[in-house]
Design a protein around this ligand. Sequence first.
Ligand SMILES: Nc1ncnc2c1ncn2[C@@H]1O[C@H](COP(=O)(O)OP(=O)(O)OP(=O)(O)O)[C@@H](O)[C@H]1O
Length: 285
Amino acid sequence: MPDRIPSAARSGPDPAVILRAENVARRFGGFTAVDVDHLAVRRGEITALIGPNGAGKSTLFNLLTGFDRPDAGRWAFDGHPLAGVPAHKVARMGMVRTFQLTRVLARLTVLENMRIAAPGQLGERLWAAPFSLAWRRGERDNTARARALLSRFLLDGKRDEPAGALSGGQRKLLEMARALMAEPRMVMLDEPMAGVNPALKQSLLGHIVSLRDDGVSVLFVEHDMDMVHEISDHVVVMAQGRVIAEGTAREVTQDERVVSAYLGERFGDDLVETGPTPGGGSGGR
Ligand SMILES: Nc1ncnc2c1ncn2[C@@H]1O[C@H](COP(=O)(O)OP(=O)(O)OP(=O)(O)O)[C@@H](O)[C@H]1O
């Protein structure tokens, strides 16, 4: 199995791994939602996190990004321990996430949504008196960066419209563009394709691949197996809070544990026939 590095060899930071978690557990009352003994996300790759509803994928995202606290475990981003680090600091360190339900601020314009996602937008630059030269320069840089990203995500024409007027798919694009305002080294996308029409799906896929091309590591949760096959370098499968398998898309879809815990239930006998060419394009990298 890839990346099964003996514990003894894992003491120092591994340059091939950008995010590593060990023994992360989260319980709600007597119910264990997450119990992951080992997870490694490789630098510069697209990793998919798949599994049935309730497997613990979103809860794990919340833990790793500081939006929730685990009962146990440790994890490190780029060699920096993250346990106890709050979400805004995790983002500032270069690991940002999006949510299953987008969190765009409906009444603010598209451009304003981008600008408030800039690092240091609120607290960090309070030392710089508003309207001082440094403040104005920062604002100008943020606006230029926001406009460049909106243009890349084909949202520049919408920049002065309220974000609430965007379609579901456009909101997903905005949320991804917003995540990039922080110039992250890693992005975590929670169901980026949910509620997105087929035309925008292709565009979103292209954006995710271009993140990897820019050197950004990507971890995404997704139920859309076509997408998983198309763009993933590596796939991690969770069920009942645990990682039950990992490998290329092709390897995991042929793994009996994965078929019985997840894929069989979703696709039944059509599994092999309906999917795109196993490993096509990316899985075999
Ligand atoms: N705040 C909470 N309180 C109690 N139980 C919770 C809480 N958050 C999550 N859970 C439970 O933990 C389990 C894992 O949920 P989670 O949302 O992480 O699964 P998931 O794999 O992301 O599912 P989906 O694919 O449906 O989004 C579920 O059984 C869920 O009901």
